[in-house]
Ligand binder design. Structure first.
Ligand code: PLP
Length: 507
């Protein structure tokens, strides 16, 4: 790949055969083109259909089936990107995107990610990337301050706390569950005790948790999904958790880990963190808080109460790539005692040995994650906080919540709809309510048809969930380019299509 040794032709000035993939002039030209593409894309994305109308396999029919043997001007790839890839894209950046949770983004984050990609540090040890390791740790401390996390979660304290920026919440759950598993096994008779370990979450907990339990070797029969109900707005019932843990402990099992969610994916339910931590303490079980989406709101004092009790948790994760203007991937994990992670995940191969690691003055990132190599994710997160500051980030959260409230007010004023849970953040869960001689199943079907018709227009993208057996539309406000007019436009479309579906039936 390199440019040495120089062939005769290059020395003679005819260097067409020399391959310089990082030629600074090419980097400048290609990136200028890419940056222009990005700015134009973001300027025009509003007018593109949010969901593409393509069939599986569409792209294979448009692009070369076999890899090119010879080189082509960069413009060829850019043209194929425009002509073939773009039309098959679901536009998460569109202001008309209301599905799932938004993937928010910002100029500062994109710039940070670009520079990180260019520097391409592989930060497995402090030595392999001192600035990347330290900037990540600083960015985590900054965000911990914004979230008012207690000092034990910060690496600037003297307590051994700190964190790491991972790719996904699943990884945050996996590394903490493995640490909790190993600690429990050390207390309870070694590896042979694995079948006695039990773990707990609500039945609303993200499927990632149940996958992670399989990865960590927890017996499926020992994974407790505590049932929730409308009575707690689908939050984990602490008393039910307590009963289940007691029952298990009484049967000689070892309660090991509880995953509490602040802002469930389905409906944004908030589990009672403090009560859960109090119960877990009785059994010496690890408490992890999954605040993937709603954690971002907790930088605003008026939402911080949702994390009350976090000072008694062992770990917490949240993903700025969801609601804190930082592009994928960026999941922040804080743990009260990084030593508990490294006890399980530390490796000491000779080829990574160095004096700084040996000194014990640093925690190497490879010892807090699954992989060895580590992207420089701290740069984009630091750039977001450095550039926008806490006040602007809070303003961003508040304006999304205000738009969601505006949408919620519209739904409340229209008798054809009902809510299934109260709104906690910027997600509104609603459905068509039973009217006339309709059954609940008819209302489910009407709501499903509404979603299908809406998404078929290309003008909006909304997603759904099923709660308490009922089909529910999830309207997630907060795509970064979104303004009030987009939310109003979507609401008008919803009203109009509901009228068509109900054929003038009156509630
Ligand atoms: C999105 C989400 C997840 C899944 O996160 P990944 O990063 O994709 O693993 C987990 N929990 C909650 C509450 C989420 O909203």
């Amino acid at each position: 790949m390199g440019s040495l040794p120089l062939p005769e032709s290059a020395i003679n000035g005819a260097d067409a055969d020399v391959f310089r993939p990082l030629d600074p002039d090419d980097v400048r030209t290609y990136l200028h083109k890419a940056v222009d593409f990005v700015a134009d894309y973001l300027q025009s994305v509003e007018s593109l259909p949010v969901l593409p109308s393509v069939e599986p396999g569409y792209l294979r029919r448009l692009l070369n089936p076999s890899p090119p043997t010879s080189s082509a001007p960069f413009d060829v790839a850019m043209k194929e990107l425009r002509d073939s890839v773009l039309p098959g894209t679901t536009h998460w950046a569109s202001p008309n995107f209301f599905a799932f949770f938004p993937a928010t983004n910002s100029a500062a984050a994109i710039a940070g990610d670009l520079v990180a990609s260019a520097m391409n540090t592989v930060g497995f040890t402090w030595q392999s990337a001192p600035a990347a390791t330290e900037l990540e740790s600083l960015a985590l401390d900054w965000l911990a301050h914004l979230l008012c996390l207690p000092p034990p979660f910060m690496s600037d304290g003297a307590t051994g706390g700190g964190g790491v920026i991972l790719g996904t919440t699943s990884e945050a759950m996996l590394v903490t569950l493995v640490a909790a598993r190993d600690a429990a096994l050390r207390r309870h008779g070694g590896a042979a005790g694995l079948q006695r370990l039990t773990v707990y979450a609500s039945d609303q907990t993200h499927s990632a948790f149940f996958k992670v339990c399989r990865l960590a070797g927890i017996d499926t029969a020992n994974v407790r999904a505590i049932p929730t109900s409308a009575a707690t707005s689908y939050a984990l019932d602490a008393a039910a958790l307590h009963r289940r843990m007691e029952e298990d402990a009484g049967a000689g099992l070892v309660p090991t880990y509880v995953c509490a969610t602040v802002g469930t994916t389905s409906t944004n339910a908030v589990d009672p963190v403090g009560a859960i931590a109090d119960i877990a303490t009785i059994f010496n079980a690890w408490v992890h808080i999954d605040a993937a989406y709603a954690g971002a709101a907790c930088i605003c004092p008026e939402f911080r109460h949702h994390l009350a009790g976090v000072e008694r948790a062992d770990s917490i994760s949240m993903s700025p790539h969801k609601w804190l203007l930082t592009c994928l991937d960026c999941t922040c994990l804080w743990v009260r005692d990084t030593g508990r992670l490294t006890d399980s995940l530390e490796t000491k191969p000779e080829y990574l040995r160095n004096d700084v690691t040996d000194s014990g003055d640093v925690t190497d990132i490879k010892d807090m994650q699954v992989g060895v190599g580590h992207r420089f994710r701290g740069l984009k997160l630091w750039m977001v906080m450095r550039t926008y500051g806490a006040a602007k980030l809070q303003q961003h959260i508040r304006s999304d919540v205000a738009m969601a409230k505006m949408f919620e007010d519209g739904v409340r004023a229209d008798a054809r709809f009902e809510f299934v849970v109260p709104r906690n953040f910027a997600l509104v869960c609603f459905r068509i309510r039973v009217c006339g001689d309709m059954t609940e199943e008819d209302a489910d079907e009407a709501s499903r048809e509404l979603m299908g018709r809406l998404n078929g227009t290309g003008k909006v993208f909304v997603a759904h969930t099923v709660v308490g057996g009922r089909f529910v539309l999830r309207f997630a406000v907060g795509s970064t380019l979104q303004e009030e007019r987009h939310v109003r436009g979507a609401w008008e479309l919803i009203r109009k299509m509901t009228g068509e579906i109900l054929h003038g039936r009156q509630p």
